[in-house]
Design a protein around this ligand. Structure first.
Ligand SMILES: [Zn+2]
Ligand SMILES: [Zn+2]
Length: 185
């Protein structure tokens, strides 16, 4: 049985976790299981930057994930980075099994705006679908409305949809129909 494992490092009750699970389950046509491991994420901390290395989070996810899961998505509220960028909303193993997204910069309050629970939930869904799309081997999409369009700023996330464009949806359908083509770690 294929299933998506959501590994949440966030205890934030403000997120609609059942809503997120339902949405991702529909999009990727899988059962979704949410786990809340107790794990100190300080191993990924970079004191010089005051941020957390998302690539280190992916490595840790590969270690702690349930090997029976088809894909594993980590969710954190920590500010993530990769060395060549100021920050990232998330990172994924292209064509692999793990991805991570952060809610840190998805909160309107990060930009000095009043918090908006629905907006950050919507952003979290988009970024989760986006990063999981990468785990199915999909690259960034030039269609700015497609959930696989790359997003530099939160506004870019808001301007795109929660769905794949027809082209990307076709690639996802092919990937879901041919699990033997899914690379294993
Ligand atoms: Zn991307
Ligand atoms: Zn697309």
């Amino acid at each position: 049985m294929r299933y998506l494992e959501i590994v949440s490092f966030v205890k934030d009750p403000e997120y609609d976790w059942p809503g997120l699970c339902q949405r991702l389950g529909q999009t990727f046509r899988m059962t979704v299981q949410l786990t809340w491991p107790t794990l100190d994420l300080e191993f990924a901390y970079n004191p010089a930057r005051g941020q957390y290395l998302s690539t280190a989070m992916l490595s840790k996810l590969l270690e702690i994930r349930n090997p029976a899961a088809t894909k594993s998505l980590g969710i954190t509220d920590l500010d993530l980075f990769i060395p060549i960028l100021t920050y990232v909303f998330g990172e994924a193993q292209l064509g692999g099994t793990v991805a991570v997204v952060s809610g840190h910069r998805l909160r309107p309050s990060f930009y000095g705006l009043p918090d908006d629970r629905d907006l950050r939930q919507e952003r979290l869904i988009k970024e989760a679908v986006h990063e999981l799309g990468h785990t199915f081997g999909l690259l960034h999409c030039p269609n700015q409305l497609c959930v696989l369009a790359s997003s530099t700023y939160a506004e870019n996330i808001d301007n795109k949809g929660t769905e794949f464009c027809a082209h990307c949806q076709g690639l996802i359908n092919d990937a879901l129909a041919n699990p033997q083509t899914w690379p294993r770690p």
